[in-house]
Ligand binder design. Structure first.
Ligand code: HMG
Ligand code: MG
Length: 298
């Protein structure tokens, strides 16, 4: 049975978009429950400007409470050298740099053109690799952009290739506003995989139009074996108005187990975790699976 890697992004991509600040204790209980559900990679925070994303301002405190030398990988987002300094001080083993295939989104999200952002990442990357830190690369707006509309697959391939050649071990392709459908996702993956092996690509699908599960199924058939998702379907992006949360981890795991893939994740424990965080945020989980199963222990 093939193993599929799930990168849980709820504590970062999920909570970065909450209007009310989420208490540190709630974040830590969420991460502890996710780890206990069998997730082995949990994106724990972001060393970004607290003026831009105040929800991630306690990332250092989050990391300080985690065992960064155990079996679970806790990557964090880093946009620039200042973020890397913070990540090095915190003792992280993995970071993620994040660029975009759309100029307008790049400006709005990280206040830099695509080409300037790649220059910043080059500097971050050299220092991170020298310090033995793994670097993952994100490309946002791989199908569509909230400001520019349709994004050409060729442009996605160009940015993804630049990040890969810089030394990112994996490129996560973000459908930031969830506009992709199996045909547009296929065109995009065909273009990117001309430059980078499918085995080094990850799918990061937001579920704005309910297409994420269909897109994951398509990407799986094309050979992508890593997917980012967010417990309870938390999330969105503060610089992409109208973007809903990531596809819910429990819906992805239900699909994968149903298809006969292994994930190492205990679906019942994950569903209880979805109810836990949804309860802490005062709403129901955003996943079909957790709703169907109900709040048994959460
Ligand atoms: P800037 O304003 O151009 O930065 O922002 P600057 O270098 O001019 O510095 C301005 C101030 O920010 C200074 O402080 C710096 O010290 C501080 P001041 O002197 O005014 O007090 N600063 C920082 N503070 C903490 N950590 C840092 C840092 N850097 C500068 N690393 C910057 C540029 C990149 C910092 C800003 O635009 C930023 O933080 N952007 C992050 C936006 C973000 O986090 N977006 C969400 C994540 S991306 C996403 O969700 C998409 C993804 O999920 C994939 C997908 O779905 O597509 C990954
Ligand atoms: Mg995202």
């Amino acid at each position: 049975m093939t193993h599929i890697n799930i990168v849980e992004v709820g504590p970062r991509d999920g909570l970065q978009n909450e209007k009310q600040p989420v208490p540190l204790a709630t974040k830590l209980e969420l991460i502890q429950r996710l780890a206990a559900s069998g997730l082995s990679t949990i994106e724990a925070g972001a060393f970004v400007s607290p003026k831009w994303v105040p929800q991630m301002a306690d990332s250092l405190a989050v990391l300080q409470a985690l065992d960064l030398h155990g079996t679970i990988n806790y990557p964090v987002l880093v946009p620039n050298d200042k973020g890397l300094d913070a990540a090095l001080d915190a003792g992280v083993r993995e970071i993620a740099v994040f660029g975009a295939a759309s100029e307008a989104f790049s400006q709005k999200n990280i206040n830099a053109s695509i080409s300037d952002s790649l220059q910043r990442f080059e500097s971050v990357m050299k220092r991170a690799l020298a310090a033995n830190i793994r670097v993952r690369g994100y490309v946002s707006c791989v199908v569509g952009c909230p400001y520019e509309g349709t994004v050409a697959p060729r442009k996605v391939a160009e940015v993804a290739k630049a990040l890969y050649e810089m030394g990112c071990y994996e490129i996560s392709l973000g459908d930031t506003i969830g506009v992709g459908t199996p045909n547009t996702v296929t065109d995009m993956l065909d273009a990117v995989s001309e430059a980078i092996p499918m085995s080094r690509l990850a799918g990061h699908f937001h579920d704005t139009y309910g297409m994420a599960i269909a897109n994951i199924h398509t990407a799986l058939q094309l050979g992508v074996h890593t997917f980012d998702s967010s417990v309870a379907g938390l999330g969105g992006c503060p610089y992409a108005q109208g973007a809903s949360g990531n596809v819910a981890t429990e819906d992805v795991v239900y699909l994968l187990h149903g298809l006969g893939y292994r994930t190492g994740i205990d679906l019942a424990a994950l569903s209880d975790t979805a109810w836990f965080i949804a309860g802490a945020l005062g709403r129901e989980p955003g996943s079909k699976y957790a709703k169907a199963r109900g709040a048994r222990a959460g």
